[in-house]
Design a protein around this ligand. Structure first.
Ligand SMILES: [Zn+2]
Length: 251
C-alpha cells in the first residue's frame, strides 16, 4: 500500500501575516523537501483512486484565494506538482470578499484584497492544467451546526455549480473549518462526493469521506510539517493498515 500525504494550504502571500497564509518561498522549500524524499505529486482524487507512486504528495488549497492562481500555480508548475483547490461556490465572480468567521478581522484592512476568490475562468484554467477543483460548500458554514436540509443543499448545490461551470465531475469536498459529524458524512455520500478532506487535531484513521490532511501555517519549516505529518497522518495510516490486516485474519 502506498503512502498518501495530503497537505492543506490556504493562501500564498509575501505580506499577509494571517496564520493560514504561507509565503511563496516557504511553500517552495516545503514542497522541494518532500520531493527530495521521494514524494510525487497527485491531485486528491487521483491519489485516492490510483496512487502511482510509493509516496504520494497531495497539495490542497482551501477557499480558492486569488493568490493561489497568481503565486502558487506557477510555482507548482515549475516543480511538476498539480494541486486540488476547494472552492466555496457562492464566491467566484461575486465580487464579495471571503469575510467569514476567522477572515472577518481582515475586512477593511490593507490585506482585504487577500480575501478575493478566484473566478470560474481562473479555476477552469487551473483545471485545464491538470488541477482538481473540488467543492468547499456554497457559503463556507460550520456544517455540523446546520439542519439536515441545509447540509444537503450546501453539499449538493455546490457540487452542481462546480460541474456546471467547469464541465467536469466534482468528486471531492473539503469540510469548512474541518467541521463535520456523521450526518454530514452521510450527506456528502448522498450528494455524490467520493472523497472528502478534513483537518484533524488528533490522529484519526483515514476513510475516503473523512480523509485527514496536515495543515500548513504561516512561517513553518519543512521539518515541523514532516513531524506533524508523522503524528497526525502517517501514524493513523499505519493503524488503519493494522486494523485491515486484523480484519483479514478473522475467520
Ligand atoms: Zn475554508
Amino acid at each position: 500500500m502506498s503512502e498518501v500525504l495530503v497537505l492543506c494550504y490556504h493562501s500564498v502571500s509575501e505580506s499577509w501575516p494571517a496564520p493560514t497564509s504561507v509565503r511563496p518561498g516557504d511553500i517552495e522549500g516545503q514542497l522541494r523537501d518532500f520531493l527530495r524524499r521521494g514524494y510525487r505529486g497527485a491531485t486528491f482524487a487521483e491519489a485516492l483512486t490510483t496512487p502511482t507512486a510509493e509516496r504520494t504528495l497531495v497539495v490542497t488549497f482551501d477557499d480558492a484565494h486569488r493568490s493561489v492562481g497568481e503565486l502558487a500555480a506557477p510555482l507548482l508548475e515549475r516543480l511538476g506538482i498539480p494541486a486540488t483547490v476547494f472552492v466555496p461556490t457562492d464566491y467566484p465572480d461575486s465580487g464579495r470578499p471571503m469575510g467569514w468567521d476567522g477572515y472577518d478581522i481582515w475586512l477593511g484592512t490593507e490585506h482585504e484584497q487577500e480575501l478575493g476568490c478566484m473566478g470560474w475562468e481562473e479555476l477552469g484554467a487551473l483545471a485545464e492544467r491538470g488541477w482538481e477543483i473540488g467543492s468547499h460548500t456554497r457559503s463556507h458554514p460550520r456544517l455540523s451546526r446546520l439542519g439536515e436540509a441545509e447540509i444537503a443543499a450546501e453539499l449538493a448545490e455546490s457540487r452542481k455549480v462546480c460541474e456546471k461551470h467547469l464541465q467536469m465531475p466534482c468528486l471531492s469536498l473539503a469540510y469548512p473549518y474541518g467541521d463535520y459529524d456523521d450526518r454530514v458524512v452521510l450527506a456528502a455520500r448522498d450528494a455524490g462526493y467520493r472523497f472528502a478532506a478534513t483537518i484533524p487535531r488528533q490522529p484519526m484513521p483515514a476513510f475516503p469521506l473523512q480523509w485527514p490532511r496536515v495543515g500548513v501555517y504561516h512561517g513553518e519549516e519543512a521539518g515541523r510539517i514532516r513531524r506533524r505529518a508523522w503524528t497526525r497522518q502517517l501514524a493513523p495510516h499505519a493503524s488503519a493498515r493494522v486494523a485491515l490486516a486484523l480484519r483479514r485474519l478473522k475467520p
